[in-house]
Write a protein that binds this ligand. Structure first.
Ligand code: ATR
Length: 279
């Protein structure tokens, strides 16, 4: 660091568990960028001041995490189409004083799914479990890949219906009742768990009966703690290709890096440093 160092950070509450600083600082070093990335604990009432600080101190970029991803939108100058569709911003680019909000969670998830499990989503049938913020965050990005259909199922069925109805019909996102899930999974090419079921510490819980899955299809889980959920372990046993949630975290950071620097992200180095931090 010196007097030319360009500043970046992540804000959230809580924030001390975040792996983003080690991942992004490693990426800057790998690409020879004089940047520094820190974690800032920002309580809900301080969000507006924090964003004013980004402007005042001339930070080049900021990541935004829970609980600020929705409220932060009201303090920015421009919101990307994907962030509008996701209803949330997780990455801010400071473009000469103009703050632009993006959502790299959805596109990060899709890039990870394509790199690690299924390169071609066009024409595929996708079943998505859950209808919370995580589901909303990835639906628009998934729909950009032109799948044949995306069927959303949720324990509270009205939430699945509301969520799917909030997207334009040409995105081919619809909801199905939980009772139709078994048949839908049998026919699906990709089944994605966006619910919190199976997250540590409840690591034995399953969002659906894995025997509903079609051998050879892709089972994907947004959860990355544990790295391989019970859902993925069981899916693997019946012959599915499995895709865990760590890649989504790596690639949301990779897109943020690319938006800020204009350089390609050193994805392998970023993944390695995050994996090292788990042990
Ligand atoms: P997130 O922002 O992580 O998506 P959320 O908005 O609280 O968190 O959503 C959690 C999702 O997990 C919801 O779809 C929730 O279903 P409900 O809408 O019916 O609550 C789902 N979920 C949580 N616990 C569940 C369980 N035991 N069985 C099935 N779905 C569950």
């Amino acid at each position: 660091m010196d007097s030319h160092t360009v500043l970046f950070g992540v804000i959230g509450d809580p924030i001390r568990h975040s792996k983003s600083p080690i991942m992004l600082n490693r990426a800057f070093r790998e690409r020879g960028i004089n940047g520094a990335y820190a974690a800032f604990h920002v309580a809900p009432g301080q969000l507006e001041h924090a964003i004013a600080g980004v402007r005042g101190l001339g930070f080049r970029g900021l990541n935004v995490t829970i609980p600020h991803k929705i409220e932060v939108m009201s303090y920015l100058d421009e919101i990307s189409e994907g962030a509008k569709a996701a209803g949330a911003v997780n990455t801010i680019v400071n473009d000469n004083g103009r703050l632009i909000g993006y959502n790299t969670d959805g596109i990060g998830y899709v890039r990870s799914l394509k790199e690690e499990a299924e390169p071609n989503l066009a024409g595929k049938t996708i079943v998505l479990l859950g209808a919370g913020g995580a589901a909303r965050g990835i639906l628009w990005a998934l729909a950009q890949e032109n799948p044949a259909s995306i069927l959303v199922a949720n324990r509270t069925e009205s939430k699945a219906a509301e969520l799917s109805a909030s997207f334009s019909p040409d995105l081919r996102i619809s909801s199905i009742p939980w009772s139709e899930l078994r048949d839908a999974c049998r026919a699906a090419d990709v089944v994605i768990n966006t619910t919190s079921v199976g997250m540590s510490p409840n690591i034995d819980a399953l969002p659906i009966d894995p025997s509903w899955l079609k051998p050879g299809s892709v089972a994907s889980d947004l959860i990355y703690n544990p790295l391989k959920t019970a859902f993925l372990q069981q899916a693997e046993l019946i012959g599915c290709r499995v895709h865990g949630g760590l890649g989504m975290f790596i690639y949301q950071g990779a897109y943020a890096f690319e938006f800020w620097t204009g350089k390609s992200a050193p994805v392998d180095a970023m993944r390695a440093v995050v994996l090292e931090s788990f042990v």
